[in-house]
Structures are given as C-alpha cells and as structure tokens.
Design a protein around this ligand. Structure first.
Ligand SMILES: [Zn+2]
Length: 503
C-alpha cells in the first residue's frame, strides 16, 4: 500500500472524466419487520430490548435445536421481489454459509446460495446527469442476521468486545444489483428509491441510521468504451446515504489516480472512514473467506406454487411510481408537490384521505399546497410533533379548511390564522371560525352599507380615484377592510367600490 500511495502523490493528476467509466454494484441487507425471528419464535423487533433478552436456545446456536422457517418472511421477500420485477423460481432452498466470527452463534449463517427466492429483476432510476436508466437486480434472497458486537475499551486501555444476541436470527433480505450503476449519484438514487419501495411494501423500516437497511458497494473503473470489468473493490462501513455517496466519490477519484499513474487496482475490501472521509484497506483478496456453502440439512427445500406467487402479486400495494403518476394525472400536481407527498407512504395516505374528504377533487391541488406548505413547515418547526401521524391536524380538517376558502367563507389571510389554531388545538376549522367570529363578509347586500360609509368618509380619496389615480382604490379597499375588522371579502369589496364610483 505504501508504494502505491507514493505513486499517487508524485504523478500528475489524470483527467478522470474522460478516461474511465465507473462501474458500481450494490448489495443491500434489509431487516424484515416480522413479529418473530427467521427460524425461532423470539421477537424480531429488538430495538427497545435489554441486550441478550430476546434469545432462545436456537438463536443462541445451541446444538440440538431445529430451525423452523418464518412463512411471513418468505412471503415478504417474494412481495419485494415482485415489486422489483423479479422472477420467482418454483424451487428454492437454504444453504449454510460457514465462517468463524464471534457474531455468528452457530459458526454458520443460514442463507441462500445457488437457489435464491428470486432472480433477474430491475428498477428504473433517474438522475440529472445520466437520465432514466434501468438498473438490473440479480437476486433478492432471504437469510438471518447475526448477533451484534459492541467494541469497548476499559480504563486500562484494554479493548474488548461484547456480544448482543438479540439481533441474531432476525430475518434479513439481501438485494443484490447488477454492476449497472455509473456514478455515485446514481447509486444514491437507487438506494433512496429502493428504501421508498420497501417502506411502501411495509416489509421493513429500512432505516439506514438504525441498521435495518445496510449497504455494501462494489466499485471498479474501466477505460471508457471497454466492456470488460476492472478489478473491483468492495466498500463496507457506510452508515448513511451520505456515507455511500462520499465513499463512492472518493473511490472513483482514488482508483482513477492509481490507474492514471499506470498503477494496478487490487481486488480488496475497504472500509469507509466517515470522520476522515476516506476509504481504508481492510483485507485483500488472499484473505477473503471461503464460505464452504452447502445445503442446509435441517430445512426442506421451498416449493413456491404459481398460485402463491399470483396471490402475493395481487395484494401488492400501489408503489411509489404508480402513486406519483396518479397524483399528477388525477390532481394536476406539480413535480415538487408530488415528490414531497409520495416520499413516505404515510404522507401519500394522508393526502389521499384529505382528497377523499373534499367536496370536489378539483380542489386537490389546494389541499396539496396546505399540506406541503403550511403543514410541513409547522411539523419541521415543532419538535414535539415530529411525525405527520402524530401532529394534531387530521386530513379531513385540511379538506374542511379548503372548503371554507373556496366557498368564500373565509379569506386566505384568515385561513392562515385558522390553520395556526388548528395546529395548536386540533379543532376542526369550522369550529375555530365560529369561535373567532371570523366569517367573511361577502355579497353586495352585506358589504353595501360598509362601502357607502367608506365613500362618504373619504371624499378626497374618492376624488383622487375619479380623477384617474388608480392607487386610491387600494386605499379605499383598505378602509373597507378596517371598517369590517378584516372580515370583508377584499376581492368583492374592490369590485363593489369600482361599480359604486363609476356611477
Ligand atoms: Zn430465538
């Protein structure tokens, strides 16, 4: 390594943009949020549990225990695979992946090797620089998570590790892409979209920071125009989307510098150092494990009937792309609102509920504006209600507020103050309007006395207006608003004034 680094620093920097093409493939591990673990009845959601309390002889790896397949985990993996356009083979099986490491209670992990639950799918990914491109997905298979190691140091400076077995045996779905991504941006977009799909499917919290969605990347460079792959580097330890993006950007640069200086990229595993924003060599190809896969003798092969596949397919929820398309075509929403509203399934559901409560869906866009504008701003400001689900304004209240505005009952500026009270109290807007006496004064009959009074009281402004000073009208409307304590409908007041003064 030392000699290679010195080559990097003494050679001139090559023009990376024109010489090399970046080739990236991603491996995602995603915990399924099933009730129980993959092969035993321990609870799978260990987030709030004391260490080593969600354990049993099986997930502790005791001899003599026999695994039982979690049916829901298999169904959810097929559900995910179908959403990713994969083929589901009729026969699948589990295998033992053998390697000695203290996070592996049995000394092997039950995984899938040559007969995974699904193969050959794809996802379309769009980036600004590369446009819309189809990324192949090699396989989605099912395995079990390992125990968690907590590395510690005592007062004497001695380092040691603790083992928390709660995570051992939690269902883990592995989603392997083809080496089809061509930039760090594209890889990040792929991950963001994949996470979104997993959340829409309801199979995982897919939270990268909390470890329920983890990603390793394979990256290599090749001369532009070449169809052969260069030696690939595997990157681990990336705990955020930002980390994945940063590690890949760094690696593109590093490999281009090595290759540009006539050096050779070695196949190895590198770790992302988040603080220093660099990747560091962890182990070379020679140190790679031979996992000695063999069929898991304690589990029968899985036969998946076509009826089962079709039944799971028929129950797929509306996916992000479909939902985006529907919002745009049915409600005429712009890209910005659509993307905000479909980012999380809960947001899209909230909007759908608000639209369902509207008297006329022609006002859906108005509802979308209140949700993505005022409501999201309030949630961002308010630390006590971080979630859309937890904040006090119900979708039906948004619909009611929109109805009051488009019906002319309240003005937009009144609506803003009603909205604030809605957020504070959780009350329905009509109730707030009544309590505050906010109802807008509209219609010629109601406004005429106020307008006549204003005309009588403001002779010079009236004269100004009639001699052609248009700005005087604004002043007169302002007087109407003042006399009505802000309750007059300003649009109508203006029209009625113009009519009265042109007589
Ligand atoms: Zn267990």
């Amino acid at each position: 390594m030392a000699s290679k680094l010195s080559v990097m620093s003494t050679q001139p920097q090559p023009d990376t943009a024109t010489e090399f093409e970046t080739v990236i493939g991603l491996e995602v591990h995603c915990q399924l949020r099933t009730q129980s673990k993959m092969f035993c009845r321990c609870p799978a959601d260990y987030a709030a549990a004391e260490p080593n309390t969600y354990v049993c002889p099986l997930c502790l790896g005791m001899p003599g225990t026999l695994p039982v397949i979690n049916k829901t985990a298999v169904e959810w993996t097929i559900r995910t695979a179908l959403a990713l356009n994969m083929t589901i083979p009729e026969l699948s099986k589990f295998d033992r992946k053998n390697y000695p490491y203290p996070d592996l209670m049995k000394g092997y992990q039950i995984s899938q090797y040559d007969m995974p639950l699904s193969e050959g799918g794809w996802m379309d990914v769009e980036t600004e620089a590369l446009g819309k491109r189809r990324i192949g997905i090699t396989r989605v298979h099912l395995e079990e998570d390992t125990a968690r190691l907590l590395h510690r140091e005592n007062e004497a400076g001695e380092r040691f590790s603790l083992v928390d077995v709660n995570r051992s045996g939690v269902p883990l779905m592995e989603i392997v892409s083809e080496p089809d991504m061509r930039s760090a941006d594209e890889a990040r977009t792929y991950l963001v979209q994949l996470r979104q799909i997993l959340r829409y499917l309801g199979v995982s919290t897919a939270d990268m920071e909390k470890g329920s969605f983890r990603c390793d990347a394979n990256i290599s460079l090749r001369p532009l125009g070449s169809s052969e792959y260069g030696a690939k580097v595997e990157i681990k330890n990336m705990n955020s989307f930002r980390g994945v993006h940063g590690a890949l950007e760094y690696e593109v640069k590093r490999q281009a510098e090595v290759l540009g200086a006539g050096g050779v990229i070695e196949q190895e595993t590198r770790g992302w150092d988040e603080d220093r924003e660099i990747t560091l060599s962890q182990r070379s190809k020679e140190e790679a494990h031979d996992y000695r896969y063999f069929p898991e003798p304690d589990l029968p092969p899985l036969a998946i009937t076509r009826d089962e596949v079709e039944s799971i397919r028929s129950e797929l929820p509306e996916l992000p792309d479909e939902r985006r398309a529907r919002f745009q075509s049915d409600y005429d929403l712009g890209d910005f609102e659509t993307n905000l509203l479909t980012e999380e399934p809960g947001r899209a559901d909230y909007f759908d509920e608000a639209v369902a409560a509207l008297q006329d869906t022609i006002n859906a866009r108005e509802a979308a504006n209140w949700i993505t504008g005022d409501l999201f701003a309030q949630i961002n400001k308010d630390r006590s209600h971080p979630d859309l689900e937890e904040q006090p304004i119900r979708p039906a209240h948004i619909a009611e507020l929109v109805g009051l505005i488009v019906g002319g009952d309240i003005s937009r500026s009144q609506a803003k103050s009603v909205f604030e009270t809605m957020y504070e109290t959780g009350d329905a807007p009509a109730k707030i309007v009544a309590a505050k006496g906010l109802t807008q004064i509209s219609g010629a009959d109601a406004l005429a006395p106020i307008i006549n009074q204003v005309i009588a009281d403001n002779a010079s402004a009236v004269e100004d207006y009639q001699s052609g000073k248009a700005a005087a009208l604004k002043y007169l409307v302002g007087q109407v608003m003042r006399h009505s304590r802000g309750q007059a409908n300003p649009q109508q007041a203006s029209e009625l004034l113009v009519a009265a003064l042109s007589d």
